[in-house]
Design a protein around this ligand. Structure first.
Ligand SMILES: [Zn+2]
Length: 410
């Protein structure tokens, strides 16, 4: 097995599908199709031809002695002006895994899947292909989607041989696989491994998310004539809440459980320098890997916002914007992954994934684990995205070891 070959393939794909601004493999478009064709050419060198399921996911299969199957998944699509590793790293490592077993029939079947439209960068729905396969996609939620140029999703799909009303039939394809493990290698897209100076990390699962909009309502009043104790200042209630939310995040963080709480937007009305704010809206995004911790953080945030509202004599209303359950990965595969990483890098830091990945969609269906590669400056979804080559080599080597261990172990 050769990490160098993987890196050479990554560079070849980048040269073929990037401009000076970065990778341009927008899902369902011509450059993405070109990337898939190029990948199919690579598969052809192993005498493999991929099958496409009803959602446009592309599956390459190396049959083994048994139908029990290890799935290696990732995505060839990118955001516009994307990085060279996001998605592509996992696909090239998957190809190398097939190559590694080509001449020695594996004891179990190995499938490499290129999930269609992981990024959702064109139509706004991430994990489109994998959610169709997992059964979590509601067709009604996506049938109206249109891209910036006015192209409808249904037409973009048809151009690629996918019928939107039948996408959920990809479930049948997935269910027919005797899947015993799902492995995904991805760039971290954050600064945690860099801060630890570790090339490779073991991913414990994807965060659950609670995302809310809080609206504080007081009374707008003249700032010159209203004494402070008589004010009903909605902004101050929101500001007190925001500070409390940060404390809630810190209080629920342990060495084993990293959590985050973020106030990302603030809107003040009337927004006049000489008026006490009568209305203030803030967002709250809370994430944790443990569902109970996430629920506790949300309770604590509700209490803190209610207290802040009371101090400032204002009211507060909550509106949930979005929610997703945490998706913890499989303990057995986490252990194999830890061994593989430790054997190559000497240490195996464990971390949760903030971003969602296709792997999260597979959690209800089979044991899953992911491995992360170091992200330089924590950057991703931009042309600066990078992993220093020595770190990349180690990570790929560790991932191929994980594949070997999984193939031998399931
Ligand atoms: Zn990705």
């Amino acid at each position: 097995m050769s990490a160098r070959d993987v890196i050479a393939n990554l560079r070849e794909l980048a040269a073929l599908t990037s401009t000076a601004d970065g990778a341009q493999r927008l899902a369902w478009g011509p450059v993405w199709r070109e990337a898939r064709q190029w990948f199919n050419g690579k598969l052809a060198t192993l005498d493999l031809r991929p099958e496409i399921d009803a959602a446009g996911n592309s599956w390459a299969t190396l049959p083994g002695a048994s139908g029990r199957t290890v799935i290696i998944g990732s995505h060839l699509d990118s955001v516009p002006n994307g990085g060279w590793l996001d998605g592509a790293l996992g696909m090239m490592a998957g190809f190398e895994a097939l190559r590694m077993f080509k001449d020695r029939r594996p004891p179990v079947t190995i499938k490499v899947v290129d999930w269609a439209d992981e990024e959702g960068a064109r139509f706004g729905r991430s994990l489109l292909g994998s959610s169709a396969a997992s059964g979590s996609l509601t067709i009604g939620e996506v049938e109206h989607l249109v891209d910036k140029t006015g192209t409808r999703l249904v037409d973009a799909l048809r151009e690629n041989g996918v019928e939107l009303p039948r996408m959920h039939e990809a479930q049948t394809f997935l269910q027919a696989i005797e899947a015993k493990a799902y492995l995904e290698l991805h760039i971290e897209q954050g600064p945690v491994l860099e801060a630890m100076n570790q090339p490779t990390g073991v991913v414990l699962g994807t965060f659950g998310v609670e995302r809310h909009l809080l609206r504080f309502t007081g009374q707008a009043a003249h700032s010159g004539s209203t004494p402070i104790p008589m004010r009903r200042d909605a902004f101050l209630a929101a500001a007190e809440s925001a500070l409390a939310f940060r404390q809630i995040g810190i209080a629920h963080t342990t060495p084993d459980a990293r959590v985050v709480c973020t106030v990302g937007t603030v809107k003040v009305e009337p927004g006049i320098v000489t008026a006490v704010p009568g209305v203030c809206e803030i967002s709250l995004d809370q994430r944790a890997l443990d569902a109970q911790v996430l629920a506790k953080m949300l309770d604590a945030a509700r209490e803190a916002a209610a207290n802040a509202a009371r101090h400032n004599n204002v009211s507060v209303e909550w509106k949930r914007l979005w929610q997703i359950e945490p998706r913890p990965f499989d303990p057995g595969l986490i252990e194999l992954c830890t061994q593989a990483v430790r054997e190559v890098t000497g240490d195996a830091p464990q971390l949760p994934s903030g971003p969602l990945h296709d792997a999260a969609e597979m959690v209800p269906h089979m044991p899953v684990v992911m491995m992360f590669a170091y992200s330089s400056n924590g950057l991703s979804h931009c042309k600066e995205e990078d992993t220093p080559e020595p770190h990349l080599e180690k990570t790929i080597t560790a991932f191929l070891k994980l594949v070997e261990k999984t193939v031998a172990g399931i």
